[in-house]
Ligand binder design. Structure first.
Ligand SMILES: [Fe+2]
Ligand SMILES: [Fe+2]
Length: 142
């Protein structure tokens, strides 16, 4: 990856903004008076913190000579064992997806349904992420 100062600057600005917003959400959460509003705000607050943390970590690799997949960190771990563990996580995500689906079918509460649907989307993404990791970095046969 080419050194892209302006990308780094943009990301730094975004991290700052995400952190400010996360703080504001946590105050706002205490000022809203319904459980649904509180939970939805908390969810956004955690998303915002997540964005800040991931972008901060990405900043360390940006500007390096390699792309993120090629930029490897020396780790003392058995690749085969890690692959097996990743595959176990894929199964766990499947279990969570069906669990959440079942919960969403059992509730008539609109806000809870909405939150559960967000989580189902998250789990789908987690599942795909794990598959991407296995396919991109753990292609070898066990
Ligand atoms: Fe964000
Ligand atoms: Fe998950």
């Amino acid at each position: 990856m080419k050194i892209d100062k302006s990308l780094s600057d943009l990301i730094k600005e975004q991290v700052k903004l995400e952190k400010e917003i996360a703080k504001k959400f946590s105050t706002l959460e205490q000022r809203v008076d319904s459980v649904a509003a509180k939970l939805l705000i908390r969810e956004m607050q955690l998303d915002t913190k997540k964005h800040a943390e991931i972008l901060e970590a990405a900043l360390e690799a940006i500007g390096g000579p390699k792309s993120f997949w090629d930029y490897t960190i020396h780790i003392d771990a058995d690749k085969r064992a890690v692959k097996k563990e990743l595959e176990e996580h894929i199964k766990a995500e499947e279990t969570m997806m069906s669990q959440i689906g079942e919960e969403a079918r059992k509730t008539d509460d609109e806000a809870l349904k909405l939150l559960l649907n967000h989580f189902a989307e998250d789990e789908k993404r987690h599942h795909k992420n794990l598959e991407t990791i296995v396919n991109k970095a753990y292609k070898m046969e066990i």
